[in-house]
Design a protein around this ligand. Structure first.
Ligand SMILES: C[S@@+](CC[C@H](N)C(=O)[O-])C[C@H]1O[C@@H](n2cnc3c(N)ncnc32)[C@H](O)[C@@H]1O
Length: 401
């Protein structure tokens, strides 16, 4: 069956990736979550700019979907037919990658199918270079370095689950090198204030801004980060062409952010004002000179923890962070318009296989905010956590009421 749409490959935290897509495109466009790692959206790939989406690692154009598919023996033929169509006008050698998600197919069987495909095309005079699968799906680096997303080459995404068969052709992949460059090579870094990954900053900006870009250009939207630290959120906001404003309790952090902003502006030749946009200030009491349109911030997360803390220590850190967060929310509520959107990363502590979350999450309406939750993930909390870390981040998406 022919059906148009884009298939997104979700990142390491599928709940966070899905929420970002739901926020950007609206749940009416989000047609279906396919298995655990793919999401189908009824928007054409040519209208999607993956470099501005932090949570998805690839995007592909849907080619085939068959919800009644139940005969694996037909797979090889279906793939050959699909590829014959796609290589109709191909000139020289074609690089071919296949990434398989949710399927009972083994790696061995996948390799057998790939070789059969190569031989089929060889007999027809079309040369195909197969990209080896070390696992069922190819990494972003493999896609990027073999140019599989570019014209003439092909990466097929394949999902064969209880939902049927889906085949899509990759059209873009996340630029992992640019993320790593922005993260590692900016002039000022400070491990003590935590290192917000640029991808997560981008996700947070999208969670806050949502689809507001459909009626306002980014350069008409002012983003405030009141705990700006070394400036990752503001750096990413500048790259996405937002106007920016930042404050931090520490003058040293303000200086760091200033250097990082000048660096990103030069490196990426940005047309964004980075001068006079920062100020030292306590988020609990500061009066910001301009009213922000959106507020995106990783608040104070408590001291860095490198080994398991006692429950007494966690309670103490949690009380400190809660006080700062609630006073800040109170202060901000007095200075923003109704409907102003926020995305905040707040701490949650890993303890006995569970997360101890800030109780503020249960008091948001009293503080003047409505929490936005996401249908595509059954309204679950958004927790960003890496194995081995004791402090996780909970992402709160709020709207001033
Ligand atoms: C977790 S860090 C933010 C890190 C930042 N996202 C980055 O990428 O570098 C929290 C920041 O909050 C600042 N801070 C702590 N208490 C504050 C307060 N009351 N008002 C404003 N900033 C505060 C700290 O100086 C620190 O830079």
């Amino acid at each position: 069956m022919k059906m148009n749409g884009s298939v997104f490959v979700l990142g390491r935290d599928p709940d966070i990736s899905l929420s970002e897509l739901e926020r950007l495109f609206g749940d009416s466009h989000l047609i279906k979550v396919i298995g655990r790692q793919l999401c189908l959206i009824d928007i054409e790939t040519k209208n999607i700019n993956l470099s501005k989406i932090g949570g998805s690692i690839k995007v592909a154009e849907l080619i085939t979907s068959d919800t009644n598919f139940n005969n694996d023996a037909l797979l090889e033929k279906i793939l050959v037919d699909t590829l014959e169509n796609l290589t109709k006008n191909a000139s020289s050698k074609v690089n071919l990658g296949i990434s398989v998600f949710d399927s009972k197919l083994s790696l061995k069987k996948l390799n057998t199918i790939k070789i059969a495909i190569k031989n089929h095309f060889k007999n027809q005079g079309q040369s195909i270079r197969l990209i080896p699968n070390n696992s069922m799906s190819l990494t972003s680096a493999q896609t990027l370095h073999n140019n599989l997303h570019k014209k003439n080459n092909i990466e097929l995404l394949l999902d064969i689950s209880k939902d049927g068969l889906y085949i899509a052709k990759v059209t873009d992949v996340q630029d992992i090198e640019s993320y790593s460059y922005r993260d590692r090579l900016r002039p000022k870094r400070d491990t003590r204030v935590g290192m917000l990954p640029p991808k997560l900053a981008q996700i947070m900006l999208n969670l806050a801004a949502g689809n507001s870009q459909s009626f306002k250009k980014p350069d008409q939207i002012l983003v405030l980060d009141p705990f700006c630290g070394t400036g990752v959120v503001l750096q990413e906001a500048a790259l996405m062409s937002y106007k920016i404003n930042g404050t931090d309790l520490s003058q040293k952090m303000i200086d760091y952010t200033q250097d990082n902003l000048r660096w990103i502006k030069n490196r990426y030749n940005l047309d964004v004002n980075t001068e006079g946009v920062l100020e030292q200030g306590d988020a609990k009491s500061h009066r910001w000179a301009s009213k922000p349109d959106i507020v995106v911030s990783e608040i104070y997360l408590g001291p860095p923890i490198t080994q398991k803390a006692s429950i007494e220590m966690i309670n103490k850190y949690s009380a400190d962070c809660r006080t700062i967060l609630e006073k800040f929310l109170n202060n901000l509520a007095r200075q923003t318009d109704l409907g102003t959107r926020l995305c905040l990363a707040i701490p949650a502590w890993r303890y006995n296989n569970n997360f101890i979350r800030l109780t503020t999450v249960d008091r948001l309406p009293q503080l003047g905010y409505n929490q936005i939750k996401f249908k595509s993930i059954n309204y679950r909390p958004l927790i960003y956590h890496r194995q081995g870390q004791f402090v996780a981040r909970e992402l709160l998406v709020l709207e001033k009421i």
